[in-house]
Write a protein that binds this ligand. Structure first.
Ligand code: CTP
Length: 129
């Protein structure tokens, strides 16, 4: 049983989110997703997500490629989360390339190319115009 873990905000869910979760799931048998909390987004990005954390978690949990979700409350707890969910693989988008290499003593670290031309920020901008 190979467990893959990934992390993200997954606000205003879009096809780039779906593609990375599908590719992460295909690396193993079980996909666990850490959805970042509203408080974490406010402190790191300076703004609250459009959808509150319980709605973002519900959307991600409902996907066929996702087996389990949890609330990521601190960026500093990454290693604890990897151990708690017994992750064999950590999968992240390549906007994070290199930043998680320090965890390669705990699990395999994989970076996926982002789906081009879409992001939550871009969707919000498009709706605003
Ligand atoms: N992601 C992706 N392709 C995209 C957008 C996101 O593969 N076009 C991946 C990111 O690399 C990350 C995960 O999806 O691993 C969650 O990303 P998140 O930050 O929640 O979404 P973004 O659309 O990048 O949000 P924002 O515009 O607020 O940065």
């Amino acid at each position: 049983m190979i467990t893959t873990i990934t992390f993200g905000t997954f606000d205003v869910f879009h096809v780039g989110h779906l593609r990375i979760l599908e590719r992460a799931r295909a690396l193993g048998d079980r996909l666990v997703v850490g959805v970042s909390s509203d408080a974490l987004n406010i402190s790191k990005k300076g703004r609250a997500p459009v959808y509150p954390q319980h709605e973002r978690m519900a959307i991600v949990a409902a996907l066929r490629c996702v087996d389990e979700v949890f609330l990521e409350e601190s960026l500093e707890l990454k290693r604890d989360y990897l151990l708690r969910y017994r992750a064999d693989v950590l999968a992240m988008g390549d906007d994070w390339r290199g930043q998680f290499d320090g965890f390669s003593d705990t699990c395999r670290v994989v970076y996926f190319e982002r789906t081009p031309a879409i992001s939550t920020t871009a969707v919000i901008e498009k709706i605003r115009l």
